[in-house]
Design a protein around this ligand. Structure first.
Ligand code: DPP
Ligand code: ZN
Length: 883
């Protein structure tokens, strides 16, 4: 398939001013009539009028009132060209599409008898021929017609300007979006839906209508999404001075959705997973996810919709920025300093576990990619999470007010435009007067930079010199990297654990501060601190001020001091993770060499002290007590041995429990949250620590802790506690009687929640990631009547979870996991290429495994690559892996 390059960008030959669309909605044969007014772009080298289309039945094409004969245009693949079009054109196009047959869930499709659209990135071309590219922005008017009984609700972007009956059992609704937008933000929804609605007063006093639309029977699960929406609106007003520009804002939930959610103008469409919640079906994690995704999509209204992307290579312009905004939103809502740190730690954990791994694999790409085969493959953690880190670095470099000035200038310059990442950087530079030329490399160079630390204390001169040296590993297509502009927030701790006032000639203006942001711009730089009366312990990269790997040799004692004292909570946690990682790596090697395993007292006592420190936020304690995941431990090795890592980590968990049982039990009992469920930060933190304690307690075979979990499962009044208990029970290895009892609980859970799709997803996922679940068990579960590959959430809950989150079982030594993976990718490829390509990525890092596994992995990859009619989505992923 064809590779598309950023450097080949050509402005569109024609602009579109207005689009009028008429839909006659029918599940298997929808008629779409489009009329658009277009005008030549004299600045473009493209002279033809170019439209894109896919899976369309073209019924008619008229230009300026004249039917075009087949000879007047040329269709090649997805492209339709009209040569010699006049400068002013009215184009009328009629197409027919079949939403029912559209299992790709891109374009217009059917979901449980309703119509849903998804047009980002290139789904609009599955609805009509159109210059479907984000730099073509137009005003839309949409007329929807459908059977009134089957499709009582008809929604599209913007404002409802007319509705009524058509007489023949059909009705219509006419919608007008007052803002011009790219086609990827188009949306329509039609079907049997109900809504929770509310009038909401903006800060300016203007009233807006907010609606959350769901299928019948789900109105008891919309309150949290509505609350999150109101919080988002208020937050964007207060933090960025950005007001909702529409009179009406709608959220629609659908059970069939490829992604989390979509920011269509005024009509956000969401995966049910990020809308539906009440205490009995949703966990604390779900509540937090809904808040952040509702925020994310709402914030796109300015960062993405009002100012959009010139081309898809600029995707991070809107996604990185909007992730940064949603992260800040969630942090601000918690409000406390440790609450912010907890959020930061969770975000960084995800970045490291998934994005660092992407950066080290065959799909590594810069935040602003130079090329792609299929844009849908580039909705990645690099674009989103690393993109957010890049935005966060401006924030760190320019400060709170400086960043806000940059944002203001960005909107002042670009409102209503489709722009590039460079335009954002220019706004940040010009508003602050800072030279951010070198900062561009964060957009152009892939790979995770490494910063090596060498420090020398000179007792006589009382100076402390820190030398920072940066490098960045080669990535596909990029062998040499130039130095990045890296903000390194730091402080120095004295022997008492307190921050030492900092004095450095290079940062004279901030003399006496206890935290500084060093700017590393060269390959190697030395920063000298004076007046340091004893050898300090450095705390570097505070709050994770840059997306890099920090290589520094700490002694266990230094890490202990940081864990107990650092004024930066992120680095406190980081010190604990370093202590743990060091031990888990050693244990893994010991497992491989058949040596006896042991865990030292220093580490266990450090954990005990943290666990029992009542002055610390329970959420923070939970994070410190959580060992690095098996995937994170794997990153420490050149050659990964998933079973040894699993054994090592399990040993560590059991040993921690052996020594801390009494402390864990009192942590459990001390953090109960009786009474009505509330998803506030404090209650969530308590539940989190309590349930972590429970999962540890069940690592140590014992009758009473099993009963504790069993009782929690039976008596739970919310899904958080119920699911935590069931997970612990399912992973418990005890007597036969206990195993039977756990199986009974699992069955009861299914029965109780059979009607709640999102809960059944959890039921599958819990089993997919259980320690004892092997490939055969997954095949069994795939035969379960509730399992289907047709629904992305369900497919992900069982098969993706197994391939991505149960490494010791997926990487079975006989290669059976890989064979299953290949079958699944091939099956999904036929149904839904986007989802298939996501699963295909599970094999990205195959070269990191021992030869004996690589043989099987390569065979599985090859099997997929050799499949006939492979989508370009999957083809791109597997051919890059095999390259
Ligand atoms: N633009 C969507 C989002 O990230 C995903 N397609 O919100
Ligand atoms: Zn987004």
């Amino acid at each position: 398939p064809e590779t598309i390059f950023r450097k080949d960008y050509i402005a569109p030959g024609f602009w579109v001013d207005t689009v009028e669309m008429g839909f006659d909605l029918d599940l298997s044969a929808t008629h779409v009539a489009t009329r658009m007014t277009m005008r030549r772009n004299h600045d473009s080298s493209e002279k033809d009028l170019v439209l894109f289309g896919e899976s369309l039945k073209l019924l008619q094409l008229r230009m300026n009132g004249v039917n075009l004969k087949k000879s007047a245009y040329k269709i090649e693949g997805e492209t339709l060209r009209i040569a010699n079009a006049p400068d002013e054109v009215t184009l009328e196009i009629e197409t027919r599409i079949n939403p029912l047959k559209n299992t790709s869930l891109s374009g217009l499709y059917a979901s449980n008898g309703n119509f849903i659209t998804q047009c980002e990135a290139e789904g609009f071309r599955k609805i009509t021929w159109f210059p479907d590219r984000p730099d073509v922005m137009a005003k839309y008017t949409v007329m929807l017609r459908a059977d009134k009984k089957k499709f009582p609700v008809l929604l599209s972007n913007g404002n409802l300007i007319e509705e009524g009956d058509l007489g023949d059992g059909r009705h219509f609704a006419k919608w007008e979006d007052p803002f011009k937008k790219p086609s990827y933000l188009f949306a329509l929804v039609a079907g049997k839906l109900v809504c929770q609605e509310e009038n909401y007063k903006l800060k300016s006093g203007r009233e807006v209508l907010l609606q959350v639309w769901v299928e019948d029977g789900n109105l008891d699960k919309t309150q949290h999404a509505m609350d999150s929406l109101k919080n988002s609106i208020r937050w964007d007003e207060e933090r960025f001075g950005l007001e909702l520009d529409l009179d009406r804002f709608m959220i629609v939930a659908t059970g069939d959705f490829n992604m989390g959610a979509m920011e269509n103008k005024g009509l956000n469409i969401f995966n049910t997973k990020y809308v539906l919640a009440n205490p009995s079906i949703a966990t604390d994690v779900d509540y937090a996810g809904i808040e952040s995704v509702v925020g994310h999509e709402y914030f796109h209204n300015w960062t993405g919709n009002r100012v959009t992307c010139r081309d898809w290579f600029q995707l991070s312009l809107k996604e990185g920025l909007t992730v940064f905004r949603d992260q800040e939103f969630s942090a601000d809502l918690v409000g406390t300093a440790t609450g912010r740190a907890v959020k930061r730690i969770e975000d960084v954990r995800l970045l490291r576990q998934v994005q660092f791994s992407e950066d080290a694999g065959p799909m590594a790409h810069p935040v602003r990619p130079d090329s792609f085969v299929e844009i849908n493959n580039f909705y990645t953690v690099t674009i989103y999470e690393k993109g957010s880190e890049v935005v966060r670095m401006y924030y760190t470099l320019l400060g709170h007010d400086g960043f806000r000035k940059g944002m203001d200038l960005y909107f002042e310059r670009h409102d209503g435009q489709a722009v590039e990442c460079d335009d954002f950087r220019a706004a940040m530079a010009d508003s602050s007067g800072r030279d951010l030329t070198q900062f561009e490399r964060w957009y152009s160079q892939a790979g995770t930079p490494r910063v090596k630390v060498d420090a020398i204390y000179d007792a006589e001169a009382q100076t402390y010199s820190i030398t920072l040296s940066q490098s960045c590993p080669a990535t596909p297509g990029q062998t040499e990297k130039l130095p990045f502009h890296i903000p390194v927030a730091m402080g120095l701790l004295g022997a008492d654990g307190k921050d030492i006032p900092l004095h450095s000639v290079a940062y004279e203006a901030q003399a006496g501060a206890t935290s500084l942001v060093l700017e590393l711009t060269e390959a190697s730089q030395t920063f000298v601190f004076t007046g340091v009366s004893s050898k300090p312990v450095p705390s570097l990269l505070r709050n994770f001020s840059a997306p890099v790997v920090l290589e520094i040799d700490y002694s266990d004692e230094e890490l202990g001091l940081l864990l107990a004292n650092d004024s930066d909570p992120f680095n406190r946690w980081e010190a604990g993770q370093r202590l743990a990682t060091r031990r888990l790596v050693k244990l893994t090697t010991a497992v491989q060499q058949g040596e006896e395993l042991s865990l030292d007292g220093m580490f266990i006592e450090a954990l005990r002290a943290t666990l029992n420190d009542a002055s610390l936020d329970p959420a923070f304690r939970e994070l410190v007590l959580t060992l690095p995941s098996e995937a994170m431990i794997a990153e420490e090795f050149k050659v990964v041995d998933p079973q040894a890592i699993h054994t090592a980590r399990q040993f560590a968990r059991a040993t921690i429990t052996e020594h801390l049982r009494a402390d864990l039990l009192s942590a459990y009992e001390g953090h109960l949250t009786p009474g009505k469920y509330s998803p506030d930060a404090q209650s969530m933190a308590k539940r989190g620590l309590k349930n972590l304690a429970l999962s540890y307690l069940l690592e140590w075979s014992d009758e009473s802790t099993f009963e504790l979990a069993k009782t929690q499962f039976d008596d739970a009044e919310n899904m958080t506690d119920r699911l935590a208990a069931l997970t612990a029970l399912t992973n418990f290895s005890g007597t036969d009687k206990q195993a039977k009892s756990a199986a009974k609980s699992l069955k009861a859970f299914y029965k109780d929640f059979k009607k709640e799709a999102l809960v059944i997803d959890k039921w599958f996922m819990l089993q997919a990631t259980a320690r004892t679940t092997d490939v055969a068990k997954i095949r069994d579960l795939m035969e379960h009547p509730a399992f289907t590959l047709n629904n992305p959430n369900r497919a992900r809950s069982l098969t993706f979870a197994f391939c991505n989150a149960n490494p010791s079982r997926f990487h079975a030594v006989d290669g059976s996991g890989y064979a299953l993976w290949a079958e699944l990718v091939i099956a999904l490829n036929k149904l839904n290429p986007q989802v298939a390509a996501r699963l295909a990525r599970s094999m990205d890092r195959w070269k990191k495994y021992p030869e004996s596994l690589q043989v099987h992995m390569k065979a599985a990859l090859q099997k997929v690559a050799d499949t006939k009619k492979l989508s370009k989505d999957v083809l791109e992923v597997v051919s890059k892996a095999l390259a």
